[in-house]
Design a protein around this ligand. Structure first.
Ligand code: BGC
Length: 359
């Protein structure tokens, strides 16, 4: 079968190639891939900046945002042939640590977790993949077009859950949220904020393309100007850019008892001169919290499925700005100016193999 593979750490090593069919022993599901989403982490892996191959192998099958249809399901696993599923990205560490032992692998304490398509486990960018039933999530019927958004939605479902848990430390009710970055994570974070009844503001640099309309069609407010204009009396910030300067600015402008949730992974090494004394004074005197969040456990995937079911299907479809057939996979890794989410479509026949210079 065809799969998109990469040698982690090596630039220009990504290619479409023939690989062995997946092994479906030990009661695992066999899934026919329908679509795989491409995100910033994939870009980093393709550029040789991140990622880890499985033990004793040099190549990793890429892809952690999946959507597939079950073609083989063992009895008693809770799945039927024909079910739409998404694979959970992270597997608990083998020790396991206290968090992984209770299914909260997203909070792994020893870093020995594995992640499909990212760290030591093959990903889903293959014509078929196998997965244990406990790491597969059912996609509700009717979400076939947009179910590939379930994994990124799980990441923001976790972020919102954590914000609410932190907020519950005091008598606090968030009214206004600021989302920085109108990429897929920012827009999905805005969707979940609106679904919670918050007044949502979204800040991004884009003045053209689909982002401003996607934000206003949610009933949220879009800003393309300086952060200060968007950052007034904000109870919650969901930072989705990873840009150090912006992270610092939103930490300064949060309202008393506010929460800043960082979801963006910084890729650069920019140096900033920061007045840590002033920032510390502000955080302490205003009871503010700044925290980071990554990944998601099964509870968050289920919350994400609920959020997608409640969302406007047409709006979700507009997040997927490009669907690239597998035989033109290289194009999926070349960013276009108005991209929001790019998806590789596995339902169209793969032609001949390419290898190319990307990103
Ligand atoms: C994925 C997460 C993963 C993280 C770090 C993100 O792109 O969505 O599941 O934990 O990268 O590897």
């Amino acid at each position: 079968m065809k799969a998109i593979t990469v040698i982690p750490g090596r630039l220009n090593s990504v290619r479409l190639e023939d690989v062995e069919e997946p092994v479906t022993s030990n009661g695992s599901l066999l899934v026919q891939t329908l679509a795989v989403g491409v995100c910033g982490t994939d870009g980093e892996i393709v550029r040789g900046e991140y990622g880890f191959a499985p033990p004793n192998r040099s190549r990793l099958i890429l892809g952690h945002e999946s959507l597939g249809r079950v073609v083989h399901a063992p009895d008693g696993g809770g799945f039927q042939v024909g079910d739409l599923v998404v694979g959970i990205v992270r597997q608990p560490d083998p020790v396991p640590c206290a968090s992984c032992a209770v299914g909260e692998w997203d909070m792994c304490r020893n870093g020995r977790y594995a992640e499909h398509g990212i760290k030591e486990l093959d990903g889903f960018a293959a014509e078929r993949f196998s997965i244990a039933p406990r790491f597969a999530v059912t996609v509700p019927p009717g979400l076939e077009d947009v179910g590939v958004l379930l994994e990124p939605t799980s990441v923001v479902a976790k972020a919102w859950e954590q914000i609410e848990r932190i907020g519950a430390r005091a008598h606090w009710r968030a009214a206004r949220a600021l989302i920085t970055g109108a990429g897929p994570i920012g827009l999905l974070a805005a969707l979940l904020g609106v679904q919670r009844g918050l007044e949502v503001h979204v800040l991004d640099r884009a003045t053209e393309g689909p982002k401003p309309g996607l934000v206003t069609d949610l009933g949220a407010t879009y800003y393309a100007g300086p952060p200060a204009a968007a950052c007034i009396d904000v109870d919650v910030v969901l930072e989705c850019t990873g840009v150090g300067q912006l992270v610092f600015e939103v930490m300064k402008c949060i309202a008393p008892s506010g929460i800043v949730c960082l979801t963006g992974v910084s890729s650069g090494h920019r140096q900033l001169t920061v007045d840590m004394d002033a920032l510390n004074r502000e955080l302490v005197l205003e009871n503010n919290v700044v925290f980071g969040t990554v990944n998601a456990n099964r509870r968050h995937y289920e919350a994400a499925a609920d959020a997608l079911v409640r969302a406007d299907r047409g709006w979700l479809k507009r997040l997927i700005t490009r669907r690239v057939p597998l035989d033109r996979w290289v194009e999926a890794f070349v960013r276009q100016p108005h991209d929001v989410k790019t998806v590789i479509d596995f339902t169209r026949e793969a032609g001949h193999c390419h290898s190319g210079s990307v990103l």
